[in-house]
Design a protein around this ligand. Structure first.
Ligand SMILES: Cc1ncc(COP(=O)(O)O)c(C=O)c1O
Length: 372
């Protein structure tokens, strides 16, 4: 029984070079000794608010028919998304969460030695999918307001750049870009690159007064795609439905070529469709999130932490104590939050907004941990 990999060729070179994966911690990973059911999940940017009752009913109904495969062309959901976004139905591609679409775009665009340009700190999957394809990650620090530095990113483009990720609102800083800024970047990129606008937190940005960039992107030259998700503002992270709004037919066709046929389950398609139709429920999630985010930001300021001005369902801040200590202290009090894992941001924590009760518990625990 040999543990060592006997193969000189498997897995292929870039993947051999990657470290073993680390998984996002949930309550079951907590070493606090507290009953996992009592631990508050404020570390994964999930919604603490359940999905629309209409979505739950639609999923229950769909569950009675899971002996049949789902629609491989996701017709009902892409038709509704087309009406919702104004993007042609044939340019909408669904993913098993938008994370799957991030994997796919890197597979489509990045070969060994290519450069992938990203803001930092930002969503860790960008680095992972770059490594899978043997690419090189080029990072540009975000601005003080936590949004991507458009001029800095344009300066960092080389003739090896193949993929550019913009994340707005940016996870984990929560900074929001204007349409003028997104379009300025798009217009400055050569057509040998692809622009991804990761809008996982799009709805939160709009709720905070942000713009929709899709119409303005319609006539830029660079190939582009926007990724959105049902995981956040619709409270459906466990369902796994994300979607790509593609800037051209060619972009959509590329995704269609490589995807697995039945990638979004029958239950997921039905739940997302019903959730999309219940905008009032989503709006109430957004408003309750805004209230708790503002309470958390005010509490952080009171406790001497410097927070980025986030519009997302999370707040990141620099604390007067080491983040490892803060996270452990909070976890011992039944609250899980996370640290930022990006060079230069080692002294930051990120807190996902919860419900009102979660905020009370978080702020009380933070006061003890930071006051001690
Ligand atoms: C910026 C960003 N993009 C994409 C994702 C992936 O979301 P999902 O795969 O649930 O759609 C996340 C999740 O936290 C995120 O923060």
């Amino acid at each position: 029984m040999a543990d060592a990999n006997p193969s000189p060729t498997f897995p292929k070179a870039p993947i051999r070079a990657m470290p073993a994966p680390g998984w996002p911690p949930t309550q079951r990973d907590s070493t606090s000794g507290i009953d996992p059911a009592q631990i508050r999940r404020m570390n994964l940017n999930e919604s603490p608010f359940p999905p629309s009752p209409r979505a739950i009913a639609a999923m229950q109904e769909a569950a009675t028919r899971v002996n049949y495969y789902p629609d491989p062309r996701w017709r009902d959901l892409t038709e509704a998304l087309s009406a919702h976004t104004g993007i042609a139905q044939n340019r909408i591609v669904l993913g098993n969460g938008s994370d799957e679409l991030i994997v796919q775009i890197a597979r489509l665009a990045v070969s060994e030695g290519d450069e992938v340009l990203v803001p930092t700190p930002s969503f860790p999957s960008y680095g992972k999918v770059t490594a899978i394809n043997g690419g090189r990650l080029v990072t540009v620090p975000v601005r003080q307001d936590g949004a991507a530095d458009i001029d800095g990113m344009l300066e960092a483009v080389t003739d090896r750049t193949r993929l550019v990720f913009l994340c707005t609102p940016n996870n984990p800083t929560g900074g929001l870009l204007s349409t003028e800024e997104v379009v300025r970047l798009a217009r400055g990129l050569p057509t040998s690159t692809v622009l991804v606008v990761d809008e996982a937190y799009y709805e939160y940005g709009r709720h905070a007064g942000g713009q929709d960039h899709l119409a303005a992107l319609a006539d830029v030259q660079v190939p582009w795609v926007s990724f959105r998700t049902f995981s956040k503002a619709y409270g459906l992270a466990g369902l796994r439905v994300g979607y790509a709004l593609c800037g051209s037919d060619a972009m959509a066709e590329a995704f269609q070529k490589i995807r697995s046929v039945f990638n979004v389950s029958r239950i997921a398609q039905a739940g997302a469709l019903a959730a999309l139709a219940d905008q009032e429920h989503s709006r109430s999630i957004l408003e309750r999130t805004r209230i708790e985010r503002e309470r958390i930001a005010a509490g952080l300021a009171r406790l001497g932490c410097e927070a980025f001005p986030s519009v997302g369902n999370f707040v990141s801040a620099k604390c007067p104590k080491p983040p490892a200590e803060v996270c452990a202290g909070l976890e011992a009090r039944g609250v899980m939050i996370s640290r930022l894992h990006a060079p230069g941001y080692d002294d930051y924590i990120r807190i996902t907004t919860g419900n009102a009760d979660d905020t009370d518990a978080l702020l009380a625990a933070l006061e003890e941990v930071l006051g001690a």
